[in-house]
Design a protein around this ligand. Structure first.
Ligand code: FMN
Length: 694
């Protein structure tokens, strides 16, 4: 192990519980042992998730949040001790490996609650019409400190009041639920959360709490609910039972559905740093033993769920600052990098490094650090594509069904939270496989198939592996994407596949193989407008074919167009976006943390955008567009076309002729089959290798 990482492996204590090192696996829904929202019980198969990680040098595990009460049907957790029974063997295994485990107990979401689509038809005049809804969401999930508060996901929908009677029943439930945890051998609990704009946080901050009772007004009053909870737990479980608090140091919030971005001077409507200095002392005095920290609210979600645009270690300076105001240990979360965390720990500025998504992506992450195998780490690219694919349009709605959304999986590692699905053993009948195309789909097939004992030849027509992902990774803020490309290169090298670079396959029939996998990607779309031939495609621009000047008009305000605009703005240029629909970054499957941060960054950098606008023509020196207010001409010195892709169908089986000529079984995967995402491409590759191996 490199010495710089040594501080990460020093033991520490939370109350009387010794933790073997400074690595905390952060709570992530999808890693819960108990599934409670929809049905009652142990999460089938989750033991395999923990088995993959328990011997991999994680000091403290905190599985995802467990609500005190079910969303539908008013079942209280503490009245169901039987759900803890199957938890015990997993907890024992974790203990045997020397790690500890805390359960995160949640007071719920308040106005951050996503309404399941089954209930959306029952909204009338902004209120949920309970009498006529067939599936009742309990009032506990549909209430917030202030009645009439707008829901985060759909501000037209208003919340009901979380009454004082509800508060006292909740406080009692926390005590009893914590007791069940203690009796099940769980080493401590974490309260969720004066954090991220969840219910307790809505009580704690001024912009969502205008109550006039003893739970509103002064800071002490706003924190009263959170303080009563810890006191109750200590009363029931004993003073020594550790209670952590998930805590946002600052809200970073400008208003409803309006977040601040790093470096922005703004008016904080939530918890300011100055108020946080007071708050943490009040919370410590009430009994909290640890603070698991970052920043943000659901209105500034990307501080708690930092996407690719978020600087690495984004929350660290805030967490280091707040540690000066408490004697209890603090953990820092949010794209933490081990070198930086180790330094901060060694200097006594934080106590532990929180790691979330990187442990979904690579269960052996910490072991690889410890053993100096850094170049084997599969880097998390903060895409949220399979761990948190909650798309949302900052108050303009979402299609997500909270009861059925996939969570806690990983785009780059389809094995995570799907541990039974793919075999890792050698293929029954190893085959000779030819892979055409060295993009992510082709490389993934080549790697996975080689690992299963197939003999693989991969043909890439250019001199560079990675395909269109090279363009996606080109922007200045995509350092983790570039690391991922390098990781793929190394994995491919090690896999034993034979790679033929600069080798264009013109005819599949020329390949001698049992199986041919075509993974040749997609071609950029164009538009039928005069002058379009003078525009450069997003891919060509990102691959470095063209330099652009100060005023670039980007046609298409989807993910790529907006990322290019942000990148140009970072370079001090003044791009303009023209988008046909009413939203920037409106595609499904993009997490709201990612899309809202990108929109806020474009706002902060004053990137001019024209929504509901279409391009009529591209002329020398200007682009003529039709906006809702009429036709205008925008001056430009370059124009980038970012309007999507069409599958490259050059080998598509038209083609009776080809079918007879090619004796090998042929598969089309990735974007050349159907334009998708990194998630669809990688999953298709895994699925294909599974199919052809067993
Ligand atoms: C899929 C997913 C689910 C999450 N669920 C929870 C949760 O249940 N409770 C919580 O306090 N934080 C939750 N978080 C936030 C993480 O604990 C963590 O703070 C965040 O991912 C940033 O850390 P990272 O950059 O290391 O991933 C979740 C994050 C993800 C990605």
């Amino acid at each position: 192990m490199n010495d710089i990482y040594e501080p990460l492996f020093r033991p520490w204590k939370i109350r009387n519980v010794e933790i073997k090192n400074r690595i905390v696996m952060l709570p992530m829904e999808g890693t819960n042992m108990i599934q409670w929202e929809a049905k009652t019980g142990f999460v089938k198969g989750i033991d395999r998730f923990y088995r993959d990680r328990k011997d991999n040098n994680i000091g403290l595990f905190i599985p995802g949040l467990i609500p005190m009460i079910s969303i539908v049907g008013e079942k209280w957790l503490y009245k169901h001790p039987e759900v803890f029974k199957p938890v015990k063997p997993v907890v024992n295994e974790i203990h045997q490996s020397g790690a500890k485990i805390f359960f995160q107990l949640s007071a719920g979401s308040g106005r951050s609650m996503l309404l399941p689509p089954t209930l959306r038809p029952f909204i009338k005049n902004g209120l949920l019409n309970r009498a006529s809804s067939k599936v009742l969401m309990t009032k506990w999930w549909w209430s917030a400190p202030d009645p009439g508060e707008p829901n985060v996901w759909d501000p037209k929908v208003k919340m009901e009041e979380f009454t004082t009677e509800m508060i006292s029943r909740f406080v009692y439930a926390f005590g009893q639920s914590a007791k069940l945890c203690r009796d099940a051998g769980i080493d401590g609990v974490e309260i969720h959360a004066v954090h991220e704009g969840y219910l307790l946080d809505q009580f704690a901050v001024p912009y969502t709490n205008h109550r006039e009772d003893c739970y509103g007004g002064s800071l002490e009053n706003r924190l009263r609910f959170a303080c009563e909870i810890v006191r109750e737990i200590k009363k029931v479980c004993g003073d020594d039972y550790p209670v952590s608090l998930r805590y946002s140091v600052c809200s970073m919030t400008r208003g409803f559905n309006a977040g601040a971005v790093p470096g922005e001077a703004f008016n904080e409507v939530g918890r300011s740093l100055a108020e946080s200095e007071q708050a943490i002392q009040i919370l410590e005095k009430a009994g909290y033993d640890m603070f698991n920290c970052d920043n943000g609210t659901y209105d500034a979600w990307y501080w708690a769920h930092p996407p690719v645009y978020a600087p690495l270690n984004m929350n660290l300076s805030y967490v280091e600052h707040i540690r000066n105001f408490t004697s209890k240990p603090v953990v820092c979360a949010g794209r933490m990098q081990p070198e930086t965390a180790a330094k901060s720990i060694a200097a006594g500025r934080i106590d532990a490094m929180g790691v979330g998504r990187q442990l979904l992506c690579d269960p052996e992450y910490i072991t690889k650090i410890k053993e100096g195998r850094l170049d084997e780490i599969r880097p998390c690219i903060a895409c949220h594509g399979a761990c948190l694919p909650f798309n949302g349009l900052n108050g303009k709605g979402t299609d997500i069904d909270p009861l059925h959304v996939e969570m806690g999986r990983c785009v780059l590692n389809p094995w995570t939270n799907n541990e039974g699905r793919y075999k890792k053993t050698s293929a029954k009948h190893p085959k000779k496989i030819a892979v055409v195309g060295g993009g992510i789909a082709g490389m993934e097939v080549a790697i996975q198939a080689s690992l299963r004992g197939h003999s693989v030849d991969l043909y890439e027509k250019s001199g560079r592996l990675g395909g269109v992902f090279n363009a996606a990774a080109a922007m200045s803020f995509k350092e983790k994407d570039r690391e991922l490309l390098q990781w793929y290169g190394r994995q491919l090298n090690k896999s034993g596949a034979t790679v033929h670079m600069n080798t264009e396959v013109k005819d599949l029939a020329s390949l001698h193989a049992d199986i041919i996998v075509v993974a040749i990607g997609a071609q950029p779309k164009t538009l039928p407008i005069p002058g379009v031939e003078t525009a450069v495609t997003a891919v060509d621009y990102l691959n470095g074919s063209t330099e652009v000047g100060d005023r670039t008009v980007i046609i298409g305000g989807g993910l790529t167009g907006c990322e290019i605009a942000y990148d140009l703005a970072l370079k001090g240029k003044h791009p303009v976006i023209v988008e046909m629909t009413g939203n920037l970054v409106g595609a499904k499957g993009i997490c709201m943390a990612n899309s809202s941060m990108l929109r806020e960054l474009l706002r902060f950098h004053e990137v001019k955008t024209y929504l509901n606008s279409s391009v009529e023509s591209i002329k020398e020196g200007c682009v003529v567009i039709k906006t809702p207010d009429g036709k205008i001409s925008i001056p430009k010195d370059a124009c980038i076309l970012s309007v999507g892709y069409n599958p490259d169908k050059r080998f598509a089986p038209d083609k009776e002729k080809k079918k007879t000529e090619i004796s090998a079984k042929t598969y089309f995967i990735g974007d050349c089959d159907k334009v998708g995402s990194l998630k669809t491409v990688i999953r298709q590759a895994y699925d294909l290798v599974q199919d052809i191996s067993y």
